[in-house]
Write a protein that binds this ligand. Structure first.
Ligand code: ADP
Length: 524
């Protein structure tokens, strides 16, 4: 090709271009459609950028077989530019070369065109990577959105559950600020969610004891739960009577359970689940009243029966068989009478309206008295019975009837559950602010797996019935409740077949309790 005088200059210019350059002639078919083009001149970078060698003088269809099918737009655009003279700029992927190009085309004269191009494959790769990254990010966002929706659904479900439960539920954070109050709690207390959230729990929850004295939040279970160290995690269920005050200052009795919320070993708050037990208390009171009434009504005819049997056995001449039957009737009547006594005791100890009155008394004397009463029983069973270790005197301010019941019950059990020839030993000692009374026996003991239930109502160990068929399993329950009323406790250690030791620990000064009738327990 002739470029005139400045050909050398042009050449050097072309060859020094970073872009690729091709000067071509367009070939049209019989219908005037662009069919092919011939490379007339290419610059030095052409080969580098396309990978095509010795292009000059060759048709593109020869040089790049398959180009017509893969890149028909090249022919269209080049044809149009070489006919119209209007320059174009475009990007395309030349599949047979596996490269992307950005191409500018113009036409210096009709049927000829110049293509100036850059290999943009790397940029396209980056763009592709960027696009994949964008798609991935979009997917992650979409996943996040789904997760968010799921969490929202779960928390809506949890809220619905919380709203639906019949118990009040209040959760606080580690600072004691309310973070959740369910609908039941709002209804029970008369505070709305808006009034409660963010407040300290004791601004909403005011607790009082049976006598109407406010209970300090510092002494409560929520404070305890928040001060929990993870090694001493506890759930506190409040069983003693207490009341919550509503916003309008009326009150209702509650039963509640408070647990710390622990996350990764740290206490991050506490949950308080509570319920209004007005109805339960009423039922309890009605039950106690019924038992008390029924027991009284049952006792009168029973005393009549016992009295008649006695008279009958004294006055009438009876055959040996007749006497056996009468003895059995008598034994059953006594058993029934004892059971009624115990049921009366249970109903009395469970009734919170009875008073407990403490007065100073000498426990050494009380135990000695008790010992005299049991001596005959011990003699009969050839049981050695001793009050071994005790101070000269031990004065405690306590309720005589209740402590008397405890001693009598433990001592009679020890004697009853110790076979002939055994030993029952009593000990009394003064500790710091308390006294400890101990009854030790060499009896049948209590099987390990039954020990945890032994203070429950009607609980009897499997080995007890053989030794004492007429037991009721009520004595220990009453005794342990009596000890609790006096501010103390009862526990035991026992080995089956070897013996048992029952311990009673009581304060030297028992608390009094106000009531409308004195609580009196009848001895077993
Ligand atoms: P009861 O003696 O009328 O069955 P208690 O409530 O006094 O009722 O005792 C409950 C159960 O505890 C007894 O049935 C017996 O199984 C066990 N128990 C109590 N004291 C002793 C004891 N000293 N030795 C062995 N078992 C005992």
């Amino acid at each position: 090709m002739k470029l005139g005088l400045s050909e050398i200059d042009y050449r050097s210019l072309f060859d020094n271009m970073i872009d690729g350059l091709a000067y071509c002639k367009m070939i049209f078919d019989a219908d005037g459609l662009p069919a092919d083009f011939i490379y007339i001149t290419v610059n030095e970078n052409f080969e580098k950028l396309t990978g095509l060698k010795e292009a000059e003088g060759k048709k593109v269809t020869e040089l790049i077989p398959g180009i017509r099918a893969s890149n028909s737009e090249l022919f269209e655009i080049y044809g149009k530019v070489s006919l119209t003279g209007k320059p174009e700029k475009f990007e395309t992927y030349v599949q047979p070369l596996g490269r992307w190009f950005s191409i500018s085309v113009y036409s210096p004269k009709k049927n000829f065109f110049v293509a100036v191009f850059q290999n943009i494959t790397d940029r396209k790769e980056i763009e592709k990577d960027l696009e994949s990254a964008k798609t991935a990010a979009r997917n992650v966002l979409k996943d996040l959105e789904i997760e968010k929706k799921k969490i929202a659904e779960t928390s809506a479900k949890e809220e619905a559950i919380l709203a639906g439960i019949a118990d009040g539920c209040i959760a606080v954070n580690e600072k004691g600020e309310i973070i959740l109050i369910n609908q039941t709690a709002q209804k029970m207390l008369g505070y709305t969610q808006e009034e409660s959230i963010g407040k300290l729990w004791h601004e909403i929850l005011h607790r009082e004891d049976e006598s109407g004295n406010p209970i300090s939040p510092e002494k409560g279970a929520i404070r305890a739960a928040l001060s929990t160290t993870t090694t001493t995690t506890t759930t506190t269920t409040t069983t003693t009577s207490s009341f919550y005050l509503r916003k309008d200052r009326t009150k209702f009795p509650i039963s509640r359970t408070v647990s710390p919320i622990i996350l990764e070993g740290k206490v991050i708050g506490a949950v308080n689940i509570f319920r209004d037990i007005t109805r339960e208390k009423e039922i309890d009171r009605e039950k106690s009243e019924f038992v008390s009434l029924a027991s009284h009504q049952l006792r009168t005819p029973l005393t009549g029966i016992e009295w008649t049997i006695e008279l009958f056995s004294k006055k009438e001449k009876l055959t040996e068989e007749g006497r056996k039957y009468l003895d059995y009737i008598h034994y059953s009547a006594v058993r029934l009478s004892n059971l009624i006594k115990l049921l009366l005791n249970v109903s009395r100890i469970e009734s919170s309206s009875m008073s407990v009155v403490s007065k100073p008394l000498d426990l050494v004397e009380l135990i000695n008295e008790n010992m005299r009463e049991h001596q005959a029983l011990c003699d009969r069973g050839k049981i050695s019975f001793i009050f071994s270790k005790h101070p000269q005197k031990l004065i405690a301010t306590t309720d005589k009837n209740l402590i008397g019941y405890i001693i009598q019950n433990l001592v009679s059990n020890a004697i009853n559950y110790t076979p002939t020839g055994g030993k029952v030993e009593m000990l009394l000692e003064e500790k710091k602010d308390s006294l400890q009374f101990r009854v030790q026996d060499t009896g049948i003991g209590i099987p390990k797996k039954e020990q945890e239930h032994i203070f429950k109502k009607f609980a009897r160990a499997s080995n007890a019935s053989i030794v004492k068929p007429d037991g009721t399993g009520l004595g220990l329950y009453i005794a342990s409740e009596a000890a609790k009323l006096l501010g103390g406790k009862i526990w035991f250690e026992s080995d089956e077949g070897k013996g048992s030791t029952f311990f009673v620990q009581l304060p030297l000064m028992s608390p009094d309790r106000a009531g409308n009738k004195e609580l009196v327990l009848e001895p077993k």
